[in-house]
Design a protein around this ligand. Structure first.
Ligand SMILES: Nc1ncnc2c1ncn2[C@@H]1O[C@H](COP(=O)(O)OP(=O)(O)OP(=O)(O)O)[C@@H](O)[C@H]1O
Length: 304
């Protein structure tokens, strides 16, 4: 488990990470979202001991990274897939990592096979495509069979097959009980992959909640009702404190209440329904609402 307590990192007079406290649970994929420059990579670097916090702590299984005896066997990470010696082969890179971390040499072939890189293992890292480098970086993260995995933009550069593969990999790592922490800008992909979301903006925590709660909390998530008594139902719903929009003579849309509650209000009023369903916001829509005030490097409005 990863545990951040009042974690802050200041560069000059700006906080890249600003008083972040959260616990990442094992057995789940936690998506790490935020606009460019929000502090995601910095947070991951702090967890991995690559940067020192200005204040606060980042612990893995209760211990700071620097105090972990065999770090690769506790936490595996993919931060920058291009950060490999360009003249070295993938196989040589992994073999060196295994040697220096007390990991059995047979793991090298196993993880190369697992990421579909067995055929390209002897190629120079500098000659690999971005997608292949990503796979190699993932292989390095898996090498020590760690309980905690962190991936910074793991699907960057992957083709659709590769994206689907990463999705399946994250799922199976979490299902094995591991802690999986993954940053991404691809909302549609995160909606399919993550169980839980941590959203930050300008270094600060915006949201730490299950994916389902983030979607349900969007103003664009609504309950759609078709009934021959839409006018009556609208009155009853509003009286129950539920916001209602009439969509047509026989249709209305309720927001801010679960579908069960809307159904119950109709039932208690004896109003016959012909249709009752939820229209869920996409994660993209929910994310945009959450972060609209935290976008630091957004494009100006067209024509503004
Ligand atoms: N070594 C550094 N020196 C000075 N400023 C830095 C350094 N590293 C990061 N920053 C700044 O910290 C802030 C957070 O950057 P970070 O890379 O963590 O964001 P991010 O959420 O990962 O962004 P992206 O989605 O663009 O990768 C940015 O304003 C960045 O310019």
């Amino acid at each position: 488990m990863i545990s951040l307590k009042n974690l802050s990192k200041r560069y000059g007079d700006r906080f890249a990470v600003d008083d972040l406290s959260l616990d990442l649970k094992p057995g789940a994929v936690t998506g790490f979202l935020g606009p460019n420059g929000a502090g995601k990579s910095t947070t991951m670097r702090l967890v991995l001991g690559l940067d020192r916090p200005t204040s606060g702590t980042a612990l893995i299984g209760g211990v700071p990274y620097r105090k972990i005896r065999n770090p690769l066997r506790t936490v595996g990470a993919l931060l920058d897939a291009r950060a490999l010696h360009p003249g070295r082969s993938g196989h040589a890179h992994l073999a060196a990592l295994a040697r220096s971390n007390g990991i059995a040499r047979r793991r090298v072939a196993e993880v190369l096979e697992a990421v579909g890189m067995a055929g390209a293992a002897r190629r120079r890292a500098g000659a690999l495509s971005l997608g292949m480098s990503q796979r190699l970086g993932i292989a390095a993260a898996l090498l020590g069979d760690p309980e905690v995995l962190m991936f910074d933009e793991p699907v960057n550069g992957l083709d659709p097959d590769g994206v689907r593969w990463v999705r399946g990999l994250m799922r199976s790592l979490a299902d094995e009980g591991r802690t999986v922490f993954v940053s991404s800008h691809l909302m549609s992909e995160m909606q399919l992959t993550a169980d839980h979301l941590v959203v930050i903006g300008k270094g600060r925590l915006i949201m730490d909640a299950p994916l389902a709660d983030v979607i349900a909390g969007s103003s664009l998530t609504a309950v759609l009702v078709r009934t021959p008594h839409a006018g009556d139902l609208a009155v009853r719903l509003r009286a129950a404190g539920i916001a209602v929009d009439r969509l047509g003579e026989n249709e209305l849309e309720a927001t801010g209440a679960a579908v069960e509650r809307v159904g119950d209000v109709a039932y208690e009023a004896g109003i016959r329904l012909h249709e009752l369903r939820t229209r869920e916001a996409s994660l993209e829509q929910a994310y945009q609402e959450l972060t609209s005030h935290s976008v630091e490097y957004g494009a100006g409005r067209a024509g503004a």
